[in-house]
Design a binder for this molecule. Structure first.
Ligand SMILES: *Cc1c(COP(=O)(O)O)cnc(C)c1O
Length: 364
């Protein structure tokens, strides 16, 4: 049996490869290699798609988070509450501002638990970074209430959730600042590193455009120290080319998830979705207390799976002394999660093959 890969980043020969190559060629011909006209076009397109006033293209999702937090004035002695289950970039971006990440528990849906956030608020708390984990919008209504009541900032880490919706509103439209990653693994993917920051606040926008290029205005005058996080024009051109396709990708991932749901719901805990939301399934993450055995069994049958992420951020070396809730749910769940191959290139037959193996595993 051929291998079912978790992800396959090769471009399909033909239309996709040709259209991408011609959009890259345009950039090479006009020669504005960094922060060129395609970056501005992309910023405008995503700002209007997410119904935001401003969008700033940056070099990665990590940069987007770091600069987003900096633009809100987050700095040393501040505390920023976030989830315990995410890619470590979320906690790193907080720590790199000088602030302390504080780790909240999650719920069974793998997203941050607002009740845990409330328990962690202190005089030093300045912001909450809300991750839409696996491509599902987190409990944003309750987080917004907590943020307003305590006069905090809400930052969305929407790296995994481009196109996800909650009650008719898109991810990226909720936070004082919202951040996307367009790295090649994401649902809306560039062919290299790329990220975006969204906001409605003019002052935050001005700060972001300076932060993106060594803290400068007019390319020369430096107002504060900063790094270089500008976006490659080629990546913006690729993203513009792929913008139309991303909705087909999301639709295909949702169909794949529906097939998995039907075939697996009696064997493992499958991801949920309520009527008033659209999950984009960056990952299709199941939960089972036989996770490690199942992963090995599937590997033996040429099916690649991934654990995203096997180490809680709160358990990573730089963060072991950070303040946290009990993390009762997170500590259990992190040993049970497994991401199945569910991307848009996987066929229905391949999904059935994965499901048959999983059934076989549990019937033994
Ligand atoms: C991918 C990801 C990031 C970081 O994005 P990069 O573009 O890889 O720097 C941040 N947070 C989450 C939740 C992610 O999945």
């Amino acid at each position: 049996m051929n291998k079912i890969p978790f992800l396959d980043l090769r471009l399909e020969k033909g239309d996709e490869l040709d259209s991408i190559l011609s959009s890259i060629k345009k950039v090479l011909v006009h020669g504005k290699i960094i922060n060129g006209p395609e970056v501005i076009e992309l910023e405008n397109k995503i700002a209007s798609f997410c119904n935001r006033k401003y969008c700033v293209g940056v070099n990665s999702g990590t940069d987007a988070l770091y600069m987003g937090l900096k633009s809100l004035g987050i700095c040393q002695d501040d505390e920023v509450i976030t989830t315990s289950l995410s890619w470590v970039a979320t906690a790193n971006a907080i720590a790199m501002t000088g602030a302390k990440p504080v780790f909240a528990d999650i719920k069974n849906d793998l997203n941050i638990d607002p009740a845990s956030v409330e328990r962690l608020i202190s005089k030093k708390t300045k912001a909450i970074v809300a991750v839409h984990y696996t491509g599902r919008v987190c409990d944003i209504d309750r987080l917004r209430k907590i943020v307003d009541k305590n006069e905090l900032y809400l930052v969305e880490d929407a790296a995994q959730a481009f196109g996800a919706e909650y009650r008719g509103h898109l991810s990226g439209s909720f936070g004082d600042v919202a951040c996307f990653s367009m790295n090649p693994m994401k649902v809306y993917a560039a062919l290299g590193e790329a990220g975006l920051v969204l906001t409605d606040d003019r002052a935050v926008y001005d700060k972001l455009t300076a932060l993106r290029y060594n803290g400068t205005v007019n390319k020369e005058e430096c107002l504060f120290p900063g790094l270089n996080g500008r976006m490659d024009t080629i990546q913006a051109a690729v993203l513009l080319q792929r913008f139309e396709k991303v909705f087909q990708i999301i639709e295909k991932r949702r169909q794949n998830a529906a097939v998995y749901h039907e075939l697996l719901k009696d064997y493992v805990t499958v991801p949920g979705e309520s009527n008033d939301e659209t999950h984009v399934f960056y990952t299709y993450t199941i939960q089972t207390d036989k996770r490690d055995e199942l992963k090995q069994y599937l590997e033996n049958h040429n099916i690649e799976t991934k654990i995203q992420h096997p180490i809680l951020m709160s358990a990573q070396v730089p963060f072991i002394d950070c303040r946290r809730d009990t993390l009762k749910c997170a500590k259990r769940v992190v040993n049970n999660i497994l991401c199945l191959p569910a991307n848009e290139k996987i066929s229905k037959n391949e999904i059935k093959r994965v499901c048959n193996r999983i059934k076989e595993f549990f019937q033994k």
